[in-house]
Design a protein around this ligand. Sequence first.
Ligand code: SF4
Ligand code: SF4
Length: 444
Amino acid sequence: MPEAAIGEEYGTVSQAPSRITEELLGACVHCGFCVPVCPTWDILREENDSPRGRLYLMLAEADGRVDPAGAFAVHLDRCLGCRACESVCPAGVPYGHLLEQARARIRRRPATRRRQRWVLSALTRPDASKLTYAAARFLRSTGLAGGLGRLLPGRAGQLLRLLAATRPAFGLGASSLRAQPPRLGDDPPDKDDDRETYALLTGCVMEGLFEHVHAATRRSLARSGYDEVEAPGQACCGALHAHAGQLDEARQHARRNIEAFERTDCDWVVTNSAGCGAGLKDYPAWFAQEPDWLERAEALTGRVRDVTEILAVELERSGGGSATAGATRAIEGRVGYDAPCHLHHAQGVLDQPLDVLRALPGLEVEALPSSAHCCGGAGMYNLEHPELADLVRATKLGEIQRGGYDWIATGNPGCIMYLGAGLLRAGDRTPVVHPVELVDRAWG
Ligand code: SF4
Ligand code: SF4
């Protein structure tokens, strides 16, 4: 893109970086360990498209040495936000937080800002998103999403394929045991019994398109001895806003969630979306400069668990027991596990999904060779940078097609959608499911 066009697209940076951000940027010792694990560097072989190069750009921008409307914005926007660089960094540089802060300083053109806000509202605002998801479910259930998605080129075709990939592989209810109705927050369960309690982050995309994963989550936790309490007033986690640099909006969502979950006295706040879980666990970083909210954010974060973390604890407590011992159906087949970046790198949840899957009778479990690498979906990245996202995904699709799996399992809606969309386009019918759907399936 010519520099003039870049300037028009990105405009100027809106705020100076905070002192905390500058201190964190200074933690980088420029060792380069992060460079070879970076998917965009791997493809583009350009220092500015590596984590170290992007950190240099952030430092230079903080010092006023680079044009914030040019290379700074372009290379930061090409970042997937996968945080693979954080996992290998010996200096503990919190790259993901720095990226969010840096993106918040890019002032977009008004038209670009309006488009971003419109898309985020359509996906996350309760009133607008009801219509969005009702229309999406109609396209999905009638088969139009899959049919047209195979035919249409460009962004429209991609959107339809992403939608088609949300179709439940096992239907809405894989089991005869229905999810127990949640207990209300103002009527908490008796703490004398030994059943622990949880509130589910229902989220926006998960609630709108992955109701089958919510149902499987509720059934699996009920069987493992957990009672659900309702958390009315909760909102979208805010992660999509934070990734887009809309930190004020992200904090508004975070405040609502902190208040909603404070009103429950549940033991755990459970997520079944890696992106949302990472968002909730990142709340303290979002409130680093607001001490009152920081304390409340830390209290919430201490209770947040991915559903596979809870099920893995139950497995261990019962010596391989309650999370799967009641399973009535052997699942004959092979599953390839692909780790969502926001579970693996952002939350450090590596073994639990595999442990839970390996405990299911009859199931053969393998992690994909590239499991720890990004699939290219990265929220809305695949719509904004389709060519680059396609190149990132290509390795994984090749592994899946050569692997001959019966299912691919991954615990994030964006990964389910982007891998599923790629398989659909390739004419490969391997279903992409959430691990908890297989757990639920094992109970017959
Ligand atoms: S690994 Fe960490 S310290 Fe080394 S260059 Fe990358 S971000 Fe900087
Ligand atoms: S977040 Fe991922 S794409 Fe971005 S710099 Fe780090 S490794 Fe590279």
